[in-house]
Design a protein around this ligand. Structure first.
Ligand code: GDD
Length: 409
């Protein structure tokens, strides 16, 4: 049997995702029309003998209740949200819920970060992991040498694929092969985490008896139950024939800032072409708008037949798109109204926002630049004929003048 655990973090973790994480937990932000966490969950569903999926986080329980029950019904696999009373770190939180995770006596445990976008080749990873015979296998990917410092950098044996060296976000370049935040472990991982806590406890006790000065030091060090998977487990266990790597040649992105979610939405829409083409708008029929490329339209949205939509557009529930509107490369969230002849390009339009007639909300489309994607927070009103370029508008603002390269607070 196999179980999967998805780390969803908590409200203090999603701060870089503002203004889109003010009212919606980042893991539920829609990419290609589905909550971010839905993509790893559907990938887990494809693992043979999967018996349970756990989401572990420190968001309020009620934020996930609805989603967890609907996805469990849809996939016919129990999905449970487990709430930590405080953050325990990526490995500490797995350990904290070890009894529940081991309930079905699984032989393997998948661990996935919720804020990564890839095609999650989990079954292939499991096969490779069985072949390697170690305690854990992590998904690795090549990125550009300039961007590698943002991730865990690693060195693997070219033949055996053993993880030989691991450094978390190093200041000087080590390798362009990085940790994707997707792992498979045997239950041995719990002993490894336990060892880290025990060691830390021993050290803290030693310091306590030695002197008052050290007491201060000890209280400043990490709590014994806070264990990070990368620094505390992967680094020390590299080169000990316990950890292996599986390299993906397919797409991989990390979702920290809001702009990149537009690229991830495009990647997932493109993947739907292969996995679930029924989710993509076809544009067939005389009453339908003109659809270009990969587009998702929620069934409750109303799109005028003279609108032109795509590529890479995702339209959420109850959105109204009026006549003559042009939408290119954008995410339009629930209850938005786009009025006649407005243009939205390289932008994310927050829940309940209103875009006036003949107005333009657009950006250059550089996903990694701070203002490369225009973002309207929740309930923003753009009045008629107003142009918003390369800007971020915080929730509940009304714009009656045009702006460029501004953050409207
Ligand atoms: N439940 C819970 N509790 N989740 C947590 C906690 C915690 O205490 N701390 C982090 N997480 C979740 C985050 O929400 C995220 O999904 C994942 O665990 C990893 O978060 P971080 O520990 O903040 O690391 P990171 O995202 O900066 O980097 C990690 O992922 C990269 C890949 O995206 C590292 O493992 C890097 O090496 C790796 O490249």
């Amino acid at each position: 049997k196999v179980v999967a655990v998805i780390m969803v973090g908590g409200p203090t973790k999603g701060t870089r995702f503002r203004p889109l994480s003010f009212n919606t937990p980042k893991p539920l932000f829609p990419l290609a029309g589905q909550p971010m966490v839905h993509h790893p969950i559907s990938a887990c569903k494809r693992i043979p003998n999967l018996v349970q999926i756990f989401l572990i986080g420190f968001y309020e329980e009620r934020e996930f209740t609805l989603y967890v029950s609907s996805i469990s019904n849809e996939l016919k696999v129990p999905v449970r949200y487990l709430r930590e009373d405080k953050p325990h770190g990526s490995a500490g939180s797995l350990y904290y819920f070890r009894n529940l995770i081991m309930e079905d006596a699984p032989s393997h445990i998948f661990l996935l970060n919720c804020d990564v976008c890839c095609n999650f080749p989990l079954t292939d990873m499991l096969e490779a992991h069985r072949r390697y015979g170690g305690m854990g296998t992590l998904l690795a990917s090549k990125v550009s040498a300039e961007s590698a410092y943002q991730f865990g950098e690693l060195v693997a044996d070219p033949i055996t694929k053993e993880l030989l060296h691991y450094t978390e976000k190093p200041e000087t370049f080590v390798s362009d092969l990085i940790n994707c935040g997707v792992y498979v472990f045997t239950p041995e991982i719990f002993n490894a985490i336990q060892d880290v806590s025990t060691h830390r406890e021993d050290r803290a006790n030693l310091r306590l008896i030695s002197s008052f000065e050290s007491l201060q030091l000890a209280t400043r060090s990490l709590p014994t139950d806070f264990v990070r998977l990368d620094q505390d487990i992967l680094s020390p266990l590299a080169g000990k024939k316990q950890l292996y790597t599986y390299e993906t040649m397919d797409f991989w992105e990390q979702i920290k800032a809001p702009g990149i979610s537009l690229k991830c939405s495009a990647l997932y829409l493109a993947q739907f072409r292969l996995t679930s083409p029924d989710l993509l708008a076809s544009g067939d029929g005389t009453k339908s708008a003109l659809i270009i490329g990969d587009v998702y339209v929620h069934p409750s949205a109303k799109v005028h037949p003279t609108a032109k939509i795509g590529p890479n557009v995702s339209i959420s529930a109850n959105v109204r798109v009026a006549a003559g509107v042009r939408l290119i490369c954008c995410i339009v969230l629930d209850d938005v109204e786009v009025k006649e002849n407005a243009v939205v390009m390289n932008a994310i339009v927050g829940w309940k926002s209103i875009i006036g007639k003949w107005s333009r909300v657009q950006a250059e489309g550089d996903y990694n630049a701070k203002l490369g994607v225009t973002i309207l927070g929740e309930a923003v009103t753009i009045e008629d004929e107003v142009v918003v370029i390369d800007s971020i508008v915080l929730p509940n603002k009304t714009l009656n003048v045009s702006v460029q390269e501004e953050i409207i607070l």
